[in-house]
Design a protein around this ligand. Structure first.
Ligand code: GUN
Ligand code: FE
Length: 458
């Protein structure tokens, strides 16, 4: 029998497809020493009992207790790490005012690495406690503090994909918070990419540099062009904001006489490893461009309710072949939890389908076929995120990383309303998606390593 480095036994939920949940009741998950799932054994398999016999007395055998379940760790496709320090504030302002009166002054403070460390350590720990095992982050324009965020992800065991933000246009960014010019922004981005690639070698789970033009309005053409070239040269991920709000979309149309997506593509910024936050106003051609280039959408439903003034036609775009994952968009979305965003994705899609304008007749009030189910929201928080990033994460399948949250439905502080010990497992799953709080997340594992546990001063 092969020598597995760890073996887990318990019931797991993972996506079978975007719409269907696979329930693996009392399965064994066997890891190799890289923290990948090397083998999954079902209770019906011949070697199931022999495997348990062989491993059960071993320190590396982990059996779930009654009421505990494995879920894949969540993948947050859009986080502004510095904005954690203002989460929950200023949500009543429009995007432009919010950026200039709250966000840029806050982000400027990350020139100070001591302040940055305080915020970033707290944020990464908070996200892990909420079940987020992979995070795609915008840091700030400061190269050193951005690197510090990657180091903190590396130290805490989270799979962090981190971007030094580029915002170089002196007409659009305040003098106190921007890159000094395009050439410097590009040189610093290149150094950042090389430094993070070195750091990654010291981690098991991986950390990744991400080419990060903040959004078209904040960057000069020279910076956008150079960033596309850097991403191609180093084969990095790319992230930005696309078609988020009327104001932002209007700026791009006036500047280039084309859509945001077409302009980004012209700079080489749409490719297989690109993730564009929001993208609520994509036109039909843009949707095709996303599908053809493999560009994914980081859907942030809470943020969209505040700043986009629109609902992403999620079901429609997904049906056109666009990869989609979920994001919190801290702090335009105030909640650090993808559970909250998964629920909101369902709610927003229902409001798009059913409409809110009661003066219209029921037949014309919404957009038919817009709704998504909680299964799909779960898919976007897990497998969809992994596919968007082109990484083997988000599914509990062989050759995927062991990135897992262990959910305890009986946690004292938030016991879920389950009164029948034979409750249907799919109903248990749905209750978890709607009712789990960090109190229920007993342990979180990334790449086969335990990174948080309720036992260690959680
Ligand atoms: N567009 C440019 N910067 C930002 C940001 O920090 N948050 C959001 N939601 N949109 C942006
Ligand atoms: Fe954002």
């Amino acid at each position: 029998m092969m020598n597995y480095s760890k073996v887990f036994q318990g019931t797991a939920f993972t996506s079978k497809s975007a719409k269907e949940i696979n329930i693996l009741k009392d399965y064994l998950f066997c890891l190799d020493d890289r923290g990948m799932i090397a083998k999954i054994v079902s209770p019906e398999d011949d070697d199931y009992n022999a495997m348990i016999q062989e491993y059960q007395d071993n320190d590396h055998f982990h059996r779930l207790k009654e009421g505990e379940y494995f879920l894949p760790g969540f993948i947050d496709l859009h986080i502004h790490a510095p904005q954690w320090a203002q989460s929950g504030t200023a949500l009543d302002l429009p995007l432009y005012d919010w950026l200039h009166t709250y966000t840029f002054p806050l982000e400027a403070k990350f020139a100070d690495r001591t302040f940055a460390r305080k915020v970033y350590e707290d944020l990464v720990h908070t996200l892990l406690k909420n079940g987020t095992t992979t995070g795609l982050y915008f840091a700030t324009v400061h190269k050193e503090a951005s690197y510090l965020l990657a180091e903190i992800c590396a130290d805490q065991g989270q799979r962090g994909l981190v971007g030094k933000v580029v915002a170089d246009d002196p007409q659009q960014n305040p003098d106190y918070y921007r890159d000094s010019d395009a050439a410097t922004a590009l040189a610093e981005t290149e150094e950042f990419i090389l430094d993070v690639k070195e750091l990654a070698k010291k981690t098991k789970q991986g950390v990744y540099p991400v080419v990060t033009p903040r959004f078209i309005p904040s960057c000069t053409d020279e910076a956008l062009q150079g960033l596309g070239e850097l991403a191609a040269k180093y084969d990095t991920h790319i992230q930005s904001h696309c078609s988020e709000s009327d104001w932002e979309h209007g700026h791009v149309k006036e500047r280039y006489h084309k859509t945001d997506a077409t302009a980004l593509n012209g700079f080489g910024l749409l490719q297989e490893k690109s993730i564009m936050a929001h993208s609520v106003f994509l036109e039909d051609n843009d949707v095709n461009l996303f599908a053809e280039t493999g560009t994914a959408i980081g859907h942030c439903p809470l943020s969209n309710a505040y700043f986009a003034n629109a609902v992403l036609p999620l079901a429609h775009f997904h049906s056109q072949g666009v990869d989609i994952g979920l994001g919190t968009d801290i702090s335009a979305g105030a909640a650090p939890s993808l559970y909250d965003n998964a629920k909101q994705a369902v709610v927003s899609s229902r409001m798009l389908e059913d409409g809110v304008d009661t003066s219209l007749s029921p037949e014309t009030r919404g957009v038919d076929g817009s709704r998504i189910t909680i299964n799909e929201a779960f898919y976007f928080a897990t497998a969809g995120g992994g596919k968007s990033l082109s990484l083997p994460i988000g599914l509990l399948e062989e050759n995927y990383a062991w990135d897992v949250q262990i959910v305890d439905i009986n946690a004292g502080a938030n016991k879920l309303p389950i009164f029948d010990e034979n409750e249907d497992l799919y109903d248990v799953f749905q209750k978890m998606m709607y009712l789990v709080k960090p109190d229920n997340i007993r342990e979180v594992w990334v790449q086969g390593e335990k990174v948080v546990s309720q036992g260690d001063g959680f």
